[in-house]
Design a binder for this molecule. Structure first.
Ligand SMILES: [Zn+2]
Length: 409
């Protein structure tokens, strides 16, 4: 059996006046996801347990069958795995964003992506930060675009930190790290602003009319999680395809092989077709592949309606369509397409409400709860609600038909 998961990050949304009361998923042309909804099983999945802040870290763990309440320690250590950064038992890894602070006193979160700074520019900046602020207790490692890592050796994890994408346009004062040894983390953030003020990369960006990286922002900290590998749980061999460290890191802890695709950017210019082709190639030698596309989520954060519709259409045509065209040649298979969490345009950040999913099986008897189209409301009307979301994976791999029959009673 071949298992395929295709995930459009943050695709789910709320109805928008600008789209005549439709959500971006309803408005976008998505013939391939609609086919899966019509011929397969459509429903909603609740990926964010109560008390967790909604994000892809928690949501993707749920999708892969790991109960966040049992396994989640923080985003930082998940990303560290893909960056090849070794963590000891007592080390704490933080996500380290490069951000642009605005306002007269550099007191407003203007852009949590530092103008989508390039990985090359960021590498220079993080190297500068590490050479001026790094010690044997604190180290900085470059990642992709604005997403980097800070490791605190023998550090403290009991801090309340805030994702910078949740406070766009807000004063940062109320959201600074708070808790165990907070002053150490706060002083790193403060010092970075001094270091970055003179950075040549920033000077060049300002001259080019782009946003500079004016500060680091530390959040998402945690210690090493202890996952049971999917390879052991289900005796599967499989791969993860994603541009972002978080997804690849979760894949590594889950025992998946990270499949690198040239031109995968984590943005709307990503190499969609390259990802789909690599996934199909990988299935010749393995049983499981997961493709993650970050673009719809990024468009949601930007509040870019047109961009989000385009990202969804590209995901449908180039990822879902390419896979759907060839998957019958690899039968038997089960194919799951879903959003991990909503990133509504109206709030420009993540929401906790359930997301639509659809499963198509080459075994026709397993396609039991057909929908009309792949959308939030159509999925809601189908009556299949998977909550808590982490139970889906086990059913998807082992007993999909039995589960849906039970749900249909
Ligand atoms: Zn997001």
């Amino acid at each position: 059996m071949k298992y395929v998961i295709l995930l459009g990050d943050g695709m789910a949304d709320y109805p928008l006046e600008e789209l005549n009361g439709k959500t971006p998923l309803e408005y976008a042309r998505t013939p391939n996801m609609d086919t899966i909804a019509k011929e397969g099983t459509l429903g909603l999945i609740d990926t964010i347990p109560a008390g967790f802040s909604p994000g892809s870290d928690v949501a993707i763990m749920s999708v892969l069958g790991y109960n966040p309440e049992q396994y989640y320690t923080g985003r930082g250590p998940l990303e560290a795995a893909n960056m090849g950064v070794q963590l000891g038992e007592d080390d704490v890894a933080f996500r380290c964003n490069l951000v642009t602070l605005g306002g007269d006193a550099q007191n407003i979160m203007d852009d949590f992506t530092a103008g989508h700074i390039t990985s090359q520019e960021a590498k220079t900046i993080i190297a500068d930060i590490n050479s001026t602020m790094g010690t044997d207790r604190f180290q900085f490692y470059p990642g992709v675009s604005y997403r980097h890592l800070c490791v605190w050796r023998n550090g403290k994890a009991l801090l309340k930190t805030t994702p910078p994408h949740d406070i766009t346009g807000k004063e940062i004062r109320d959201y600074l790290p708070h808790g165990e040894d907070e002053e150490q983390i706060n002083s790193l953030m403060k010092r970075s602003q001094v270091v970055l003020a003179d950075n040549p990369v920033n000077k060049r960006r300002i001259a080019e009319g782009k946003k500079p990286a004016t500060s680091i922002w530390l959040w998402g900290q945690g210690r090493v999680p202890k996952f049971v590998k999917l390879t052991e749980k289900y005796n599967l061999r499989g791969g993860m395809i994603s541009a972002v460290d978080l997804l690849n890191g979760i894949g590594i802890y889950a025992g998946l092989h990270v499949i690198r695709v040239e031109g995968a950017t984590g943005y709307i210019d990503t190499n969609y077709l390259g990802k789909a082709r690599k996934a199909l190639d990988s299935l010749k030698e393995s049983d499981f592949v997961f493709i993650h596309v970050e673009a719809p989520d990024e468009m949601g954060h930007e509040g870019n309606i047109k961009g989000k519709v385009k990202a969804i259409e590209d995901f449908d045509e180039k990822i879902v369509g390419t896979i759907l065209n060839e998957i019958y040649g690899l039968a038997p298979f089960r194919l799951l397409v879903l959003s991990d969490h909503p990133t509504p345009i109206s709030i420009k950040t993540h929401a906790s409400s359930p997301s639509p999913f659809a499963i198509l099986s080459s075994d026709e008897r397993e396609n039991l709860k057909n929908g009309s189209v792949f959308s939030e409301s159509s999925a809601g009307n189908c009556g299949v609600m998977i909550s808590p979301g982490y139970i889906l994976m086990d059913k998807f791999i082992k007993n999909w038909r039995g589960f849906i029959e039970e749900k249909s009673r």
